[in-house]
Design a protein around this ligand. Structure first.
Ligand code: WT7
Length: 659
């Protein structure tokens, strides 16, 4: 494959950026011309942010799996599409060629059809990181079903809520999943999620760990049996195997739930054509992908990073995507480096939290590992601190690999701001420049665009710039116009999409992030400005954690804030008013943690729980989180004005009891 839209020089970046802003329709039509369409679009872009309504390539017909698989078969049938590295390094690696991927995806699409799945139906996928997860995702896309992948760390209750929200009728899962030294009983968690559920008709179970599972007659079927039946059927169709469903450009491709500032996660909806073009364009450009490169994104497919940069971006570009079942620290902290060495990985794309965690093991785990295949490194998910950036640069990239710091969100579908590997300059801790098609703008709280305002000066005092250079401003980060993979709606509740993203500032998409901008136009993301935490690169709403804690019988009230955590980026700090009498403080903490694990999942467990007799509230009953946040951060002075508090005495008590 060739990529005529690949940016090959700094000058071209500037030319392309300008073109994309001055003539977005012409620019994206030219990019989109390089894909496989059953029918081309009538109109490239139609939009308004007030509803919001965004349509890219309206009238076009396509199937994303024909772009990710079929179109590569003529020239790359034997090329590895997926290299699968198992949790246990002793187990056999699986290499899935494009031809094999085609066969398996077609077979699984047939399985879905045999089980009654139709275009537009929602299919929940709750699996470990096995190639079958990719087959399941692509199988859904092939028949036009909407996949909703749920990360294996979420609890039965979280799954139940998501099943209900999207009226799901079909589930694909595994008996269990291996993650480091643990076996996670996925099917049994699904069984719990299905207690009382009335909509799910079929559960397809792939055998991975061969843990005992209950299989309910008439509802549960084995993946292997279904695939055998389907194999005979698709073979009758010859090379077509399973004809892909013809989709409209704007038909939904998937739902992915993510946390916001309210208690209930929202189902972010992405559509087919725009998402395809954007993930491919950003993949090819940011990482400067070259044919033959092995691309290793360490995320789980349960998150957007895995959707966009393990599955759709790399495969649509005909790349080799490395999929890893395990975790970075098992059997030891050299696992990533073993994988890079063993598979001659060219691009490694991971999260700052993983880098910080591996840093803490020192350089021993790197001994004897050949990392010379690496040419590009990437980070995603949270701001990267300079120390981690330099460690990554010196010890992994040997100062020869550009590091791309990619800023984006579940809602943006793909990378929005990043340096372009080896082409635009990097700046440690900065996501640097917007990609073509992205028009960022910084605003103050009143909605004024910031260009050296007082508000900017104030923000800069609170968060001084690093790396020198003049600063132009700081504020809340918004985007002025749609890019192809912008969120289309939140499932089942379009108004929620509007109020969440398009109402804070009229006619702008509001990211929820704060940012600094330097005089050269580079951006540094400073973190969320809403009540959303970023724990190890995972998004968790404080309200969601509070709801979970409050479910515990002994809890009267709670308030959750984030605090800086050396490895996780942010840790979860919970202040809890408790009035039970069961066990000592430590036992009560464990009970609360158990409750949170049940309600959301282990990823939302607070790192610290402080019992308090009251919370700092204003006379109108509003919790003053600013004070709680400062105390959790260890800032005991300068708590600001506490005179408006109902009971200023409570602050003293909280300060005394800080953990
Ligand atoms: C939030 C989105 C994007 C995939 C993984 C997370 C933070 C993301 C960066 C970065 C600073 C970053 C933002 C954003 N974030 N990338 N390079 N530098 N912050 O997806 O769960 O939707 O979270 O992650 O705060 O809003 P997500």
């Amino acid at each position: 494959m060739s990529y005529p839209y690949q940016i090959t020089s700094l000058a071209q970046y500037h030319v392309d950026y300008r073109k994309s802003i001055e003539d977005p329709e012409g620019f994206w039509a030219a990019v989109a011309d390089n894909f496989l369409w059953r029918k081309k679009w009538n109109r490239v872009l139609d939009w308004n942010f007030s509803e919001p309504k965004v349509e890219w390539f309206a009238g076009a017909k396509l199937n994303i799996t024909e772009n990710c698989i079929d179109r590569h078969l003529a020239t790359m049938a034997d090329k590895p599409a997926i290299i699968w590295e198992p949790n246990n390094p002793e187990e056999r690696v699986r290499t899935v060629t494009y031809a094999r991927l085609h066969k398996r995806v077609c077979q699984f699409a047939q399985v879905l059809k045999n089980n009654g799945v139709k275009k537009g139906d929602r299919v929940c996928i709750y699996m470990g990181m096995v190639p079958e997860l990719a087959y399941a995702v692509l199988g859904c896309a092939r028949i036009g079903a909407i996949h909703s992948v749920i990360f294996g760390g979420f609890s039965a209750q979280s799954i139940a809520d998501r099943l209900e929200d999207a009226n799901v009728e079909f589930i694909v899962t595994c008996d269990g999943a291996y993650r480091g030294g643990k076996d996670i009983p996925l099917k049994s968690i699904i069984d719990d999620a299905l207690i009382g559920n009335k909509t799910v008709k079929r559960v397809i179970v792939y055998t991975r760990t061969r843990t005992p599972v209950s299989m309910i007659k008439g509802r549960d079927v084995w993946w292997e049996d279904e695939m055998d039946i389907a194999e005979e059927q698709v073979e009758k169709n010859g090379s077509i195997s399973f004809p892909a469903e013809e989709m409209d450009a704007e038909d939904p491709l998937f739902i992915l739930y993510t946390s916001g500032s309210t208690g209930k996660p929202k189902g972010v909806v992405h559509s087919s054509a725009g998402y395809m073009v954007w993930t491919n364009y950003t993949f090819v450009n940011v990482f400067q992908y070259k044919p033959g490169d092995v691309f290793f994104c360490t995320a789980d497919i349960g998150w957007i990073t895995g959707h966009s940069y393990i599955v759709y971006g790399p495969l649509s570009a005909g790349a080799t995507s490395l999929m890893f079942e395990g975790i970075p620290t098992w059997p030891d902290a050299g696992r990533f480096w073993d994988i890079v060495d063993k598979h001659k990985v060219n691009t490694l794309y991971t999260a700052p939290t993983a880098i910080r965690s591996l840093m803490s093991y020192g350089l021993d785990p790197l001994k004897g590992k050949d990392l010379s295949s690496l040419t590009v490194l990437g980070t995603v998910g949270e701001p990267i601190n300079e120390e981690a950036w330099h460690w990554y640069d010196e010890n992994i990239g040997k100062q020869k690999c550009p590091i791309v710091d990619t800023w984006w969100q579940t809602e943006t579908g793909g990378i929005m701001m990043s340096n372009i590997a080896g082409i635009t300059p990097s700046k440690p801790g900065w996501a640097t420049l917007p990609l073509p098609g992205v028009q960022p703008v910084l605003l103050d709280e009143k909605g004024n665009i910031i260009e050296g305002s007082d508000f900017a000066a104030e923000c800069l005092k609170a968060s001084p710039p690093v790396g020198g250079g003049g600063l132009e401003g700081a504020g809340n980060l918004c985007i002025k116009a749609p890019w192809p993979a912008i969120i289309r709606t939140t499932w089942g509740d379009h108004e929620r999409c509007r109020t969440n993203y398009f109402a804070t500032y009229p006619n702008l998409y509001f990211t929820g992030d704060g940012a600094l901008k330097d005089a050269a136009g580079n951006y540094r993301i400073t973190g969320r400005v809403d009540d959303v935490l970023n724990v190890s690169g995972h998004r968790i709403g404080t309200a969601e954690v509070e709801n979970a804690i409050n479910i515990h019988a002994g809890v009267v009230e709670s308030a959750v804030v984030g605090y800086p955590h050396e490895v996780k980026g942010q840790g979860i700090y919970a202040y809890v008013i408790y009035n039970g009498h069961h066990g000592d403080e430590d036992m009560r903490r464990q009970d609360i943690l158990q409750t949170v694990t049940r309600v959301i999942g282990a990823i939302a467990r607070p790192d610290k729980i402080q019992f308090v007799t009251g919370l700092p509230k204003t006379r109108s009953g509003k919790i003053m989180r600013r004070i709680l946040r400062k105390i959790a951060e260890g800032e005991m002075q300068n708590l600001g004005d506490t005179s408006t508090l109902l009971d200023p005495g409570v602050v003293e008590e909280i300060k005394q009891g800080k953990l």
